[in-house]
Design a protein around this ligand. Sequence first.
Ligand SMILES: Nc1ncnc2c1ncn2[C@@H]1O[C@H](COP(=O)(O)OP(=O)(O)OP(=O)(O)O)[C@@H](O)[C@H]1O
Length: 265
Amino acid sequence: MNALLSLRDVWVEYGEKVVLERVNLDVAAHSFVSVVGPSGAGKSSLLRVILGQERPSRGSIHLDDAPLAPECGPDRGVVFQRYSVFPHLSVLRNTMLGLECTQAPFSARLFGSARKAARDEAVAMLEAVGLGHSLDLYPAQMSGGMQQRLAIAQALIKRPRILLLDEPFGALDPGIRSDMHTLITKLWKDYQLTIIMVTHDIREAFSLGTRVLAFDKRRHDPHAPHRFGATAVYDLTLDKKTQQLPPDNGGITLDTIRNTMEDVA
Ligand SMILES: Nc1ncnc2c1ncn2[C@@H]1O[C@H](COP(=O)(O)OP(=O)(O)OP(=O)(O)O)[C@@H](O)[C@H]1O
């Protein structure tokens, strides 16, 4: 595989607590990787080290064959479940800010033709996420679904090489969630995105992803639960044409993951 992102023998440890161990992963460009696993399995920790918010305790991460820059840059975009947008800025200003920070890192202000170009680009991106008529609204005036559309626009305006989604639709009602699934699938295709999405919803993982990774511990020490970390225990590439969706499920346990992976494989 010609990997866009490669993790080699990555470990994440907090003091004596091992959260992730021996994670080896190659992510191809334009893939949509869903990451599932029980609560506490280290899914968000995985996203944090890819994002550059934290450094792995061991191992290496390469993006486009170059070691990952230690700080989070415009090559990686992220959308969290909540609170990604700036409440004191309008929809348009929230979106333009990404371009202003990249093009004018000290002042975060653009002037003249550069400002007009940034405004036009932000308007086009907001139209792409369905917020073309909401440019002057503030986040408090918007629904949760609209705020997540804005968070996606904010992340995509910087044209990231890789887009990380941490439970992005987890707080939304089912109808809105389904609209967001349609939107993210369209954006993924239109912008040729590479996406890694953490989700607790196994159906969402399978319906959106081209590949599903399940994280869990391979080994347990009942006397010292912190001693071993999680890694990718299942790694399934999906054939979108023949794909069967798993039934709706409640919370994710290793059994639901195992059964689903075995049924769908
Ligand atoms: N800064 C930290 N210091 C110590 N322990 C941490 C720190 N950050 C995370 N952890 C621990 O690492 C483990 C994995 O956390 P993480 O949030 O990555 O799991 P998760 O799979 O995303 O969980 P969830 O599905 O509940 O969101 C948890 O036990 C958590 O308490």
